[in-house]
Write a protein that binds this ligand. Structure first.
Ligand code: ASP
Length: 423
C-alpha cells in the first residue's frame, strides 16, 4: 500500500473508504474521505484493502529543479511568486500528502491549477505547511521576510496560499511589516480540491490576476458571492472571516472591498480586476521589511459573568487588547484591575465586539473610567488587527504616549476616520 492508493480500512468502530495519506505518527492510518475530510484510524487494529492503486498520478513525481524546468520563461508575462503556508488550499498542490512539498516549483503550480497557465511566469516557495489555527507570530515574520526576498528577486506580484481561519491576522501582520511596491495577495479555499464545489481554482486564478494588477497593498482575494462569478479584494487590515463554511465567508468590515475580480469560465477562465476607491498604486513605495514584533500581547473578549481572574493572564504582559461591549465597555468591577495592569506597564487597548462602528468611551461612565485608567481606544480597528498592530507598535515605541499615538494613527488602512458598513 502506498500513499495515493484508494483504500478501504476497517477499524474497530468504523469502516472508511478514501485515499491513503502519509502520517507523521506511525501508529495512525490517515485516510482522506471523498468529502474532503481526513480521518485517522488506529493502524494496528485496522484491516486495510487497496481498492485502486495510485489514484492520484500527481503523487510521487519528483518536482523538477529550476535548471530542468520544462516551462519556458515568457518575457511578455509578469512573474508572480506563489508562497504556500498550508491550509486547505495547499491540498490543491499535492493531493497525496494533502500538502505541498518543500520543493515547490512552477511545474507543481501548473500541475495543480492548469488554469493558471499563460497568465504569468511562476516561482514557488513553501514557507510553512500548517493549518492556519496553528499559525504563530514567528511564522508571520518568516513569511514577511520570504515575501521581501521574492520581491527583491524580481516578482511583479506575490500570492500567498493560506488557511482561511487566521488569514486575517497574517494579512494584517504583513500589512504592518512590509512597505511594498507590488501587490501581495492572500488566498485560500473553504472547500478542498476534491469537492465539486471547491473554490480553489477560481480563488487562485483571481488572486494571480490581482497580483498582476495595480494595487500595491496586502489584499485578501476570496469568493464574493455564493456563485463562481466574482472574487472580492479586501484590504488585509479590514477583512474578517464571517462564516464557518460558505465560500463567500470573507467580508470587509466597516468599508467596501477595495476591488473585485469578475470571473467567467466560458472556454477558458477570464478574470478581470477592477478597483473602487483609493488604494496605494504599484511602484508608489520602495520595498522595506521590518518584521520585529513584541509577541507578549493577548486578546481578551469580555462577556457578562467573566471571572475577573481572566485579566490576570495579562499581568506582566507587554500588552492586552480587550474586545469590549458596545462602545468599548467591560463590567465596572474590572476597571480597577485594568487600571492596575496599566500602572504596572501593560498597554491596554479597547476594541469592540460589535465589529461595525467604533469605540467611543466618552459616552458612559464605565468608558470614561476606562479612559481615566489609561486605556487606549482603537477607533474602528478590528480586534484581531489591533492585536497584531499592538505587537508591532510595542516593538517600535516604548513611551506610553507614543504607543497611544501610534495606536490612534492609521498605518495600513486599519483605522478609518469614518466607518461605513458594507451593504
Ligand atoms: N482550518 C483550516 C485552516 O485555516 C481551514 C482552511 O484551510 O481554510 O488552515
Amino acid at each position: 500500500m502506498n500513499p495515493g492508493d484508494r483504500i478501504r480500512a476497517e477499524g474497530p468502530d468504523r469502516t472508511v473508504e478514501g485515499v491513503y495519506l502519509p502520517s507523521s505518527t506511525p501508529e495512525h492510518l490517515v485516510v482522506k474521505l471523498d468529502g474532503g475530510y481526513n480521518v485517522g484510524l488506529d493502524r494496528e487494529s485496522s484491516t486495510v484493502e487497496v481498492i485502486e492503486p495510485d489514484v492520484y498520478d500527481v503523487a510521487g513525481e519528483e518536482p523538477a529543479d529550476e535548471s530542468t524546468s520544462e516551462i519556458a520563461y515568457d518575457d511578455d508575462l509578469p512573474t508572480i511568486s506563489l508562497l504556500s503556508t498550508g491550509g486547505t488550499i495547499a491540498s490543491t498542490v499535492d493531493y497525496r500528502t494533502g500538502a505541498v512539498t518543500a520543493r515547490f516549483d512552477a511545474e507543481d503550480v501548473l500541475r495543480a491549477v492548469p488554469e493558471l497557465a499563460g497568465r504569468a511566469n511562476y516561482r514557488g516557495r513553501v514557507v510553512s505547511n500548517i493549518l492556519s489555527e496553528n499559525m504563530e507570530p514567528a511564522i508571520w515574520q518568516d513569511l514577511a521576510r520570504a515575501v521581501a526576498e521574492e520581491i527583491e528577486a524580481g516578482a511583479d506580484g506575490v500570492v500567498i496560499m493560506h488557511g482561511t481561519d487566521t488569514m486575517q491576522y497574517t494579512a494584517s501582520a504583513l500589512a504592518f511589516m512590509l512597505e511594498t511596491p507590488v501587490p501581495i495577495v492572500f488566498t485560500g479555499s473553504q472547500r478542498s480540491a476534491d469537492r465539486p464545489s471547491s473554490d480553489n481554482v477560481m480563488n487562485a486564478v483571481c488572486a494571480v490576476e490581482a497580483a498582476k494588477a495595480d494595487c500595491a497593498e496586502v489584499l485578501v482575494c476570496m469568493h464574493a458571492t455564493e456563485s463562481d462569478d466574482v472574487c472580492a479584494l479586501h484590504r488585509g487590515t479590514r477583512v474578517r472571516k464571517n462564516h464557518t463554511s460558505r465560500r463567500d465567508a470573507f467580508e470587509t468590515v466597516g468599508a467596501s472591498p477595495l476591488g473585485a475580480v469578475a470571473y467567467e469560465t466560458e472556454d477558458s477562465p477570464t478574470a478581470t480586476v477592477t478597483f473602487d476607491g483609493e488604494y496605494v498604486e504599484r511602484g508608489h513605495a520602495n520595498l522595506s521589511v521590518d518584521a520585529a514584533l513584541e509577541s507578549d500581547v493577548d486578546l481578551l473578549k469580555f462577556a457578562p459573568g467573566m471571572d475577573p481572574a481572566f485579566l490576570d493572564v495579562a499581568e506582566g504582559s507587554a500588552g492586552l487588547v480587550i474586545e469590549g461591549t458596545g462602545l468599548g465597555h467591560v463590567h465596572t468591577d474590572l476597571v480597577p484591575r485594568i487600571e492596575a495592569l496599566v500602572d504596572d506597564g501593560t498597554t491596554v487597548v479597547m476594541t469592540s465586539q460589535c465589529l461595525e462602528g467604533r469605540v467611543c468611551d466618552r459616552v458612559y461612565d464605565t468608558g470614561r473610567d476606562l479612559l481615566e485608567a489609561g486605556v487606549i481606544e482603537a477607533g474602528d480597528t478590528l480586534p484581531g488587527t489591533a492585536l497584531v498592530k499592538l505587537m508591532w507598535v510595542l516593538e517600535r515605541e516604548s513611551d506610553a504616549d507614543a504607543v497611544a499615538a501610534a495606536m490612534e494613527t492609521s498605518v495600513a488602512g486599519e483605522l478609518q476616520d469614518r466607518s461605513v458598513p458594507w451593504t
